[in-house]
Design a protein around this ligand. Structure first.
Ligand SMILES: [Zn+2]
Length: 314
C-alpha cells in the first residue's frame, strides 16, 4: 500500500499547535483552584482576585510596583559571581549561573535601585527567587551592603524585599560571611537613624531570615508567606515534636510577635509611604486644612503615638 494513504500514528497528547491555548494565558490559582486570566492577574499585582492568594512576583515587577513610574536607577548591575570555590554538585556552579543569567536576564538574585516611592526618596532591593532560589551569595551580599551604604550616604530609607531559600551553598562559607557584612552595614544605618524596612515574602528562609530580613526597624510580611530558618521537617526531627498548625507562616509569626504587620500586596506601597513619612517625621501629602496646619507633632510625639496600640485594640 502506498505510504501516502497511511495515517501516521501520533501520541494523543500532541495536538495541533493552532488549537492549543497559548502557554501562560490562564493560570490556576493553587489556593482556590479558579482559572485566572494571566493579564488580569498581572494587572492585580499577581494577587488572585477571587481569594487574595499572593503569587510569587519577579524582582523587576516588585520594583515597578514600588517605585513611582519608570524614573529609578539600578545599581551594581555588573556584579557577577566568579565561582570562588570552583564548586560542582550535580552540575558545575558556573553552569548554573550561566543558565540563571540566561533565564532571568539578571546577573544575580537581587535588583537594587534608588528612586522615589510616593515621592519619598528611597533605596529598594528586591530578591529574585528564580535565580538559584533567590539564594544569597557574595553578589547578593555585596549589593545589599552597598544598598545600605548608599541609603546612609543619601540619608534615605532602605527597603529590602526578601524572597529567598537562604545562603547559597555553592559559595560555602563566603555566603555565610555576607550575613555579618550586611548586619554591620545595617548597624551603621541604624546608628545614623536612617529607617530600614524589611518586607518578607514567600519564602524567606535560612541565612536571609537569620540576617537582614529580621534586622529591620519594621517587618512587614505578605499574607501566608513561609518565613523561617530551618525547614519544618528538620525541626520536627530535632525536637521530636509535631509542629503546630500554620507554623512558619506570616499569620503565626505575627501572633507570636516576630513581625509587625501583614499587608496585602495591593496595599503595600500606600502602607510604606505612610510608614516612611511617620518614621522620618515628614508631613503627610494629604490636602492641608487649617486645623492640620496648626497641629504639628514633634518627632518624639510621633514615636510614642506609633508605639501605642490603636484604641480599638486596647
Ligand atoms: Zn485564588
Amino acid at each position: 500500500m502506498p505510504a501516502w494513504f497511511k495515517k501516521a500514528r501520533r501520541p494523543i497528547a500532541a495536538q495541533d499547535k493552532a488549537s492549543r491555548v497559548p502557554e501562560g494565558l490562564w493560570v490556576k490559582c493553587p489556593s482556590c483552584g479558579k482559572a485566572l486570566y494571566n493579564k488580569e492577574l498581572t494587572a492585580n499585582l499577581h494577587v488572585c482576585p477571587k481569594c487574595a492568594h499572593h503569587f510569587r512576583m519577579t524582582a523587576a515587577d516588585r520594583l515597578r510596583m514600588l517605585f513611582d513610574g519608570a524614573d529609578w536607577t539600578e545599581h551594581d548591575v555588573e556584579l557577577r559571581s566568579n565561582d570562588p570555590l570552583r564548586f560542582t554538585d550535580t552540575k558545575p556552579y558556573r553552569a548554573r549561573l550561566e543558565a540563571s543569567i540566561k533565564a532571568t536576564g539578571l546577573n544575580d538574585a537581587i535588583i537594587v535601585g534608588s528612586g522615589r516611592l510616593d515621592d519619598i526618596p528611597v533605596v529598594i532591593g528586591a530578591m529574585e527567587y528564580s535565580f538559584i532560589g533567590g539564594s544569597m551569595g557574595v553578589v547578593v551580599g555585596e549589593k545589599i551592603a552597598r544598598a545600605a551604604e548608599r541609603a546612609l550616604q543619601e540619608r534615605c530609607p532602605l527597603i529590602i524585599v526578601s524572597c529567598s531559600g537562604g545562603a547559597r551553598m555553592m559559595e560555602g562559607a563566603l555566603s555565610l560571611m555576607q550575613m555579618a557584612k550586611i548586619a554591620a552595614a545595617l548597624g551603621r544605618l541604624d546608628r545614623a537613624g536612617v529607617p530600614y524596612v524589611s518586607i518578607l515574602t514567600d519564602p524567606t528562609t535560612g541565612g536571609v531570615t537569620a540576617s537582614f530580613a529580621m534586622l529591620g526597624d519594621v517587618h512587614i510580611a505578605e499574607p501566608k508567606a513561609l518565613i523561617g530558618f530551618a525547614g519544618p521537617r528538620v525541626i520536627e526531627q530535632t525536637i521530636r515534636q509535631k509542629l503546630p498548625e500554620g507554623f512558619q507562616r506570616s499569620e503565626f509569626l505575627l501572633a507570636k510577635g516576630f513581625i509587625d504587620a501583614i499587608v496585602d500586596r495591593r496595599e503595600l506601597k500606600a502602607t510604606l509611604a505612610l510608614l516612611l513619612r511617620a518614621m522620618q517625621g515628614l508631613p503627610s501629602p494629604a490636602p492641608k486644612t487649617a486645623a492640620a496646619e496648626t497641629e504639628t507633632e514633634t518627632e518624639s510625639e510621633t514615636t510614642i503615638r506609633l508605639a501605642r496600640p490603636a484604641p480599638d485594640q486596647t
